[in-house]
Write a protein that binds this ligand. Sequence first.
Ligand SMILES: Nc1ncnc2c1ncn2[C@@H]1O[C@H](COP(=O)(O)OP(=O)(O)OP(=O)(O)O)[C@@H](O)[C@H]1O
Ligand SMILES: [Mg+2]
Length: 263
Amino acid sequence: MAEPFIEVHKLVKTFETPAGPHNVLRGIDFTLNKGEFLGLLGPSGSGKTTFLNMLAGIDKPTAGSVLVNGVDVVQAKQRHLTRWRGRNIGIVFQFFQLLPTLTVVENVMVPMDFADVFEPRERRDRAMALLERLGIADQANKTPDMLSGGQQQRVAIARALANDPPLVIGDEPTGNLDRMSAGNVFEIFHEMAAQGRTVLIVTHDRELANNISKVMVLADGMIEATTLEAAARRRTQELRAIQLRTQERRALKTKSQEMRATQ
Ligand SMILES: Nc1ncnc2c1ncn2[C@@H]1O[C@H](COP(=O)(O)OP(=O)(O)OP(=O)(O)O)[C@@H](O)[C@H]1O
Ligand SMILES: [Mg+2]
C-alpha cells in the first residue's frame, strides 16, 4: 500500500517586501509517497525553491502544516530539526553551497561527520566512492573554486547522497551538467527511488523528466498534478509570452528613439 512520506496541508508562504506582501505559496495540499520520484516544474519565480525550503524546514511557512516521515517540520525545534535534516534529507541546493575552504572530498564528508550515520573510518572511502560514481574522483583534493560549475554541482550531489538519506531533494540538480552527466545523475535518483527512497527534483529538462513517473507544476502559488505534455505546452506558452513582451519593449524603444531623432 502507498505510504505517504511527505504530507503538506494548506501551505501558505507570504514574504513581506517593501512593495507589500508577496504571496508565493497560496494554500498547497500535497502528498508524496515513500519510494516515489517526483519531478517539480514551474516558471522562474513561481516558488519552487521556497517550497523545497518549507519541506526541509529551512524556512517556516506563514500557515499550514508539513509532515515528513511523520515529523512535524513546522513545529519542531530548530536544534532537533537540524540534526534530523542531516540524517534524513539530502539536499542539492540550486547554488551548490559548498564550503570554500574545504577540499571536495571533505565537503562530501561534512554531512557524515555531522550526522554520525557511518563510522568515522568508513567516511573517506564512502565519499570517494560517491565522487567516483559522479565521475569526479580526480578532483577530490581540490577546493571547490578550482572546479567548473558542472563539477561543483556533482560535488553537491555527492554530498547530498553522503548519508544515504531516505529523502533526496534537488533544486535543478543537473542544471549545469551536459546530457550524459545529467542522465547519469538521474539514473542514480531512479535507483534510489527503486530502493524505497523518496526523491523530489526540480527540473526544467523535459527529456529527463520524461522518465519520471510523477510530474507536478507549481504555478500561481498552487501545485497541480499534470502530464508532461501539458507542462511543456505551458512552458512554451510562457516563453512565447516573454518573447512577445521583449519584442514589444524593443519596438517601443525604437519608436521613442525615432521620435526623439526627428524632434
Ligand atoms: N526571502 C525572500 N524575501 C522576499 N521575497 C522572496 C524571498 N525569497 C523568495 N522570494 C520571492 O518569492 C518568489 C519565489 O522565489 P523562488 O526562489 O522560490 O522561485 P523559484 O521557482 O525557485 O525560481 P527559479 O526557477 O528562478 O529558481 C520570487 O518572486 C522571489 O522574489
Ligand atoms: Mg529556485
